[in-house]
Design a protein around this ligand. Sequence first.
Ligand code: RB5
Length: 144
Amino acid sequence: MIAIGSDHGGFELKREIIEYLKKKEIPVLDCGCYSPDAVDYPDIAVEVCSKVTGGESELGILICGTGIGISIAANKMHGIRAALCHSTFDGRMARMHNNANVLCLGGRTTGVSIALDIVEAFVGAEFEGGRHEKRVGKIMSIEE
Ligand code: RB5
């Protein structure tokens, strides 16, 4: 299950990503927003990240205008490693090296085709572990 959410700046891209995930038969949980009306991105970040930390969904996707605000908010949540990605390489590395559990995208900065490729790269990659395990562990120990 992938939990997905956006503010108004990412509303259109969220729609495209949901359609894409459904076509791929990947279960998706839409955490809002549900109209293009303005909402505050930290509220959406909390919704999606709670699903990830609560175990309801394995991964999360968050979109705001730039992806910046929503990634900052997401990374305040314990247990979340949110990565703002602009390329497929970013998307793959975020999983393989950083064990990111939330992908952040900019609805006003990244085109639909590139965003869908990033989603595919992120969802399809796996954490490599090994030497990265210790480094990710050090990131998580900052929370304590
Ligand atoms: C909303 O206008 C915009 O500030 C938001 O989507 C995001 O880009 C913030 O980082």
